[in-house]
Design a protein around this ligand. Structure first.
Ligand code: ADP
Length: 234
């Protein structure tokens, strides 16, 4: 147990260091991106191709940096308000609609109740965007649909389930899913699920992936409707 505490502290210190570096990288990165953008407009032929690759790679760095910043966001930036979860989920689906249509897929929603719950909406949206994006990535070759469930479990808890019928995840890979930088995608950062887990845990909830290779994946999130005791009702 003592070893666990030591490890947790080390991880926290490492996280702070990483966040500090991520923060420092942001400004020079913005300027690099800006100048590359200008170059892109002024170059042609082979050189334009190189600049396009530079921009793509800079975007990739930016994604990693952004996810790192989110990961290490201090607790005080965590703002809880009550929201209708069905509205929040529908909003996220709207954001991803262009990509869903482009892939000829559908997202089917199955909301059994109106659930009014305390969340940091921008963080929870980030979780849902990550998870639905993963479901789209896994399903795009099959063009299979995605189903999102929202159910009340009891007085205290509700559940969000994102079900896809995509490529699934092999058993050996399932162990590494929440590890930083674990990715099977050419353009992945491997930070998405780690960020999701962190945010869900901040909301005193749990997240679990159930998957069968070749058949699909279900992500199950369980969250309490009220997070802090004695929080003002409505
Ligand atoms: P990224 O999406 O950048 O790879 P994530 O942490 O979100 O990072 O996901 C890590 C890995 O987990 C993915 O690369 C993929 O292999 C696997 N994964 C996550 N969600 C799914 C899913 N719904 N179906 C299949 N594989 C998934």
């Amino acid at each position: 147990n003592e070893r666990m505490v030591g490890k947790a502290e080390k991880l926290a210190a490492l996280g702070q260091l990483a966040a500090g570096i991520a923060h420092e990288i942001r400004n020079p990165l913005t300027s690099l991106k800006g100048f590359s953008q200008i170059l892109k407009e002024r170059t042609t032929g082979q050189e334009a191709e190189y600049v396009a690759i530079m921009l793509e790679e800079l975007n990739r760095i930016q994604n990693i940096v952004n996810e790192f910043m989110l990961l290490s966001k201090p607790q005080e930036h965590f703002i809880l308000k009550e929201h209708y979860m069905n509205h929040l989920i529908s909003h996220v689906i709207k954001i991803l609609e262009p990509e869903i249509t482009l892939n000829n897929m559908n997202i089917i929603t199955c909301f059994s109740n109106d659930i009014y719950a305390q969340v940091d909406d921008s963080q929870l949206k980030q979780v849902l965007i990550n998870l639905i994006q993963n479901a789209i990535d896994a399903s795009s070759t099959k063009r299979s649909d995605i189903i999102i469930y929202l159910n009340e479990i009891d007085q205290v808890y509700y559940e969000i389930k994102i079900v896809d019928f995509g490529i699934g995840i092999s058993e050996e890979r399932q162990e590494s899913l929440f590890q930083p930088f674990f990715t099977t995608k050419e353009k992945g950062t491997g930070l998405g699920l780690m960020v999701c887990k962190r945010i869900i845990e901040q909301h005193k909830g749990s997240i679990e992936l159930i998957s069968k290779e070749g058949f699909g994946t279900t992500v199950k999130i369980i969250l309490p409707k009220k997070i802090t005791e004695g929080a003002p009702s409505k």
